[in-house]
Design a protein around this ligand. Structure first.
Ligand SMILES: *[C@@H]1O[C@H](CO)[C@@H](O)[C@H](O)[C@H]1NC(C)=O
Ligand SMILES: *[C@@H]1O[C@H](CO)[C@@H](O)[C@H](O)[C@H]1NC(C)=O
Ligand SMILES: *[C@@H]1O[C@H](CO)[C@@H](O)[C@H](O)[C@H]1NC(C)=O
Ligand SMILES: *[C@@H]1O[C@H](CO)[C@@H](O)[C@H](O)[C@H]1NC(C)=O
Ligand SMILES: *[C@@H]1O[C@H](CO)[C@@H](O)[C@H](O)[C@H]1NC(C)=O
Ligand SMILES: *[C@@H]1O[C@H](CO)[C@@H](O)[C@H](O)[C@H]1NC(C)=O
Ligand SMILES: *[C@@H]1O[C@H](CO)[C@@H](O)[C@H](O)[C@H]1NC(C)=O
Ligand SMILES: *[C@@H]1O[C@H](CO)[C@@H](O)[C@H](O)[C@H]1NC(C)=O
Ligand SMILES: *[C@@H]1O[C@H](CO)[C@@H](O)[C@H](O)[C@H]1NC(C)=O
Ligand SMILES: *[C@@H]1O[C@H](CO)[C@@H](O)[C@H](O)[C@H]1NC(C)=O
Ligand SMILES: *[C@@H]1O[C@H](CO)[C@@H](O)[C@H](O)[C@H]1NC(C)=O
Ligand SMILES: *[C@@H]1O[C@H](CO)[C@@H](O)[C@H](O)[C@H]1NC(C)=O
Ligand SMILES: [Cu+2]
Length: 567
């Protein structure tokens, strides 16, 4: 808490005095400037204009140490409003800079700028930032690298070098147009044309051979790869031919090292991987292919980069390609995920809530909304939708944080249900009466300091699928997961309360459940949603409001000057 107090004092005194004060403060302050504008890119032999930060895709990385603070001035020189979210950064007491459009702020309009105050606390490892408006995150995203505090080190041998690898998704068309049209008709949005590693689709995609991302390694050395899944709509399998990987962190928290030949990573997640260049000096493909277990359209292409050993040798004409699980192999996905445990060491302890004071049970479903005369573009002439506890989230036009802070009525309703409104065999055969959700802008109110457990229950309504659920403002412990219906007697017996991983995004298994726990110690307005972008657009979202506690230290910070206005 001392650190945070120091932070607000610094902010009050202004930048002039920061350098002097830093000598006695526990953290460093960084300043970044992002200029958002349209820039032309060519991939798959197609040139198009994309909305990016500083002409780059992926955008620039932010580098901090644990507990630092970053001020990021975002200047919008684009054609429409946009916001930026600092994914996985808890932002203690500071929802004002969290970013989701019309949840914590209204968009930064063209020609305007806004300075985000990004407050780091316990995070250490890799996180990322991305636009949180419409589908603009497809082209507006970048890495956040959080090094250990000065005077501390990684809980593994110092790597020889580090590299960020961002999995992204390329669309030949305009992404905003694509989602706007799908929203208009109610149809499934078109799938992307390729995946990319650091902005390059690579082999075997057309026109990609000369521009693949390549990673140069010195034989015998160990590298830290910071892998980020910034893909829009597919989870991904990832691997490196002939090399095992050792995963050492997920979502900005350390885990017990696991050695594996493949990884499954959902949109929103990050994984820190140690790679030792211990094979014959040559070229090897690094590749990612989708993990997609729903009956729906998806991008079925592969993306690759090349691992190039330094030294003198004849490069192979066709380098080895990794063997990755089949696209719908949910057991392969779950087998990898279920190996992950928190490091839980004395330097990196876990603190799992054991005495739950607030339990919330939430069904996660894909739905339909009826259209008159079957006039929409989705199944049965209806509109595709999605819901949490059968409520399809409708985005307001004034941000919920402002409405909560100023007691504005008619922006949201505080009655998001704490359990499913209808109980049925969620993962069995589901009849058509379950297809249709209600529509609303509802938030769940939680008192400061509650020990919260959320049970996410996947359903077989319309189409079952793995859903990567993400919560802003917190990371949570994943204490249990399984197939079928969660059971309040048998499921808790399987929970791991000793060393569950602490993450911000978890894949709820197809026709299965996942249970997370956290302490509601961060007052504010926090978005919770599926990180598959089409599901979020369809309403698989809600908002958690954690009320202020009894002291200033447990209450929200005041709003910053120059917050974008709503119109
Ligand atoms: C982005 O571009 C602006 C203008 O050129 C520059 O001042 C700024 O430092 C750049 N930001 C990053 C993070 O590279
Ligand atoms: C960007 O690409 C589009 C489409 O190919 C083209 O019409 C336009 O002139 C390009 N703009 C720039 C600045 O190169
Ligand atoms: C390459 O382009 C051709 C012609 O457009 C298309 O038929 C083929 O599927 C593309 N291949 C890949 C791997 O995208
Ligand atoms: C990868 O790990 C597996 C299991 O530990 C082991 O059998 C295999 O030999 C390793 N492969 C390489 C290339 O190191
Ligand atoms: C791209 O590289 C691969 C592997 O070297 C090769 O099989 C393929 O023919 C190349 N494609 C083009 C268009 O050069
Ligand atoms: C993509 O990779 C998978 C797994 O390695 C492989 O089975 C499949 O053939 C690849 N698909 C293409 C289009 O290269
Ligand atoms: C659990 O929490 C409740 C409500 O705050 C409290 O009354 C109870 O004493 C706690 N139990 C334990 C074992 O801490
Ligand atoms: C957010 O609100 C603005 C008005 O302040 C509106 O123009 C915009 O469409 C809204 N965005 C969403 C996603 O509802
Ligand atoms: C729910 O449906 C599944 C799949 O059809 C079935 O295996 C299971 O027995 C059902 N559970 C109950 C409680 O009816
Ligand atoms: C489990 O749920 C049932 C039905 O809601 C309830 O009656 C029972 O008390 C619950 N049992 C436990 C251990 O929570
Ligand atoms: C809490 O904050 C308010 C408003 O900033 C201030 O007036 C008050 O003195 C503070 N109280 C304490 C105990 O610091
Ligand atoms: C940024 O916005 C502030 C008002 O919010 C304005 O005073 C300032 O001039 C803007 N800066 C630029 C470079 O446009
Ligand atoms: Cu989903």
């Amino acid at each position: 808490m001392g650190v945070h107090k120091m932070g607000s004092i610094l902010a009050l005194l202004g930048f002039l005095f920061i350098d002097a004060l830093l000598l006695s403060s526990a953290y460093n302050v960084h300043h970044y400037s992002f200029i958002l504008r349209e820039t032309n890119f060519t991939r798959l032999c197609t040139t198009k204009s994309m909305f990016t930060v500083n002409h780059t895709w992926p955008g620039p990385a932010i580098h901090v140490r644990k507990g630092d603070k970053a001020f990021v001035n975002v200047h919008n020189n684009g054609d429409y409003g946009v916001t930026i979210h600092w994914h996985g950064v808890k932002q203690p007491r500071n929802p004002w800079s969290d970013g989701p459009e019309n949840i914590t702020q209204c968009p930064i309009k063209p020609g305007k700028n806004f300075t985000y105050e990004v407050i780091f606390s316990t995070e250490e490892g890799t996180l990322w930032w991305h636009a949180h408006s419409d589908w603009s995150r497809a082209t507006i995203h970048g890495a956040i690298v959080i090094l250990p505090e000065l005077g501390t080190t990684y809980p593994f041998p110092e790597p020889y070098a580090e590299h960020v690898l961002i999995l992204g998704e390329w669309y030949n068309g305009d992404v905003k147009q694509l989602i706007d049209e799908a929203t208009e008709t109610g149809a499934d949005p078109d799938v992307s044309d390729a995946f990319a590693i650091n902005g390059q689709p690579g082999f075997p995609n057309n026109c990609s051979n000369d521009t693949s991302y390549s990673l140069s390694v010195v034989p015998g050395k160990t590298y830290l790869l910071r892998l980020i899944n910034a893909v829009m709509n597919e989870e991904m399998f990832f691997g490196i031919a002939k090399h095992n990987m050792t995963v050492v962190a997920q979502d900005g928290a350390y885990i017990k090292p696991i050695t594996t030949s493949y990884i499954m990573i959902t949109p929103g997640q990050t994984m820190d991987i140690l790679l030792t260049a211990n094979q014959a000096a040559s070229y090897y493909y690094i590749a990612a292919t989708p993990f997609f277990d729903a009956e729906a359209a998806y991008d079925s292409t592969n993306t690759s980069a090349i691992l190039k050993y330094t030294g003198t040798y004849t490069p192979p004409t066709s380098p080895a390609y990794p063997t990755l699980p089949n696209v719908s192999d949910k057991d392969a996905a779950n087998n990898f995920i279920n190996r992950i445990r928190a490091l839980a060491s004395s330097d990196h302890p876990v603190d799992v809530p054991k005495n739950i004071t607030k339990q919330i049970i939430i069904t996660v479903s894909v739905n339909e909304i009826l259209c008159a005369n079957a006039s929409c573009g989705g199944p049965n002439g209806n509109r595709l939708a999605a819901s949490l506890n059968n409520i399809s989230f409708s985005s307001p036009t004034t941000d919920i944080l402002q409405a909560y802070y100023k007691n504005l009525l008619d922006v949201f309703e505080p009655d998001f249900p704490g359990k499913p409104p209808h109980v049925f065999n969620f993962t069995g055969e589901v009849d058509d009466s379950k297809l249709y959700p209600s529509v609303g802008t509802k938030a769940k109110i939680i008192k400061w300091g509650e020990s919260v457990e959320i049970v996410f229950q996947g359903t077989n309504v319309l189409t079952a699928e793995n859903h990567p659920m993400h919560l802003h403002g917190f990371s949570f412990y994943l204490v249990g997961t399984g197939y079928g219906n969660w059971d309040n007697v048998t499921s808790p017996k399987t929970y791991n309360l000793v060393d569950p991983r602490e993450v911000n995004t978890i894949g709820v298994p197809k026709n299965g459940w996942a249970v997370v726990r956290f302490v509601a110690d961060n007052p504010g307005v926090w978005y919770m949603h599926c990180h598959l972008e089409r599901h979020s657009s369809w309403g698989m979202d809600t908002v958690i409001i954690v009320l202020n506690g009894n002291t200033n230290d447990t209450s929200m910070l005041p709003p910053p000057a120059n917050l974008p206005t709503c119109s």
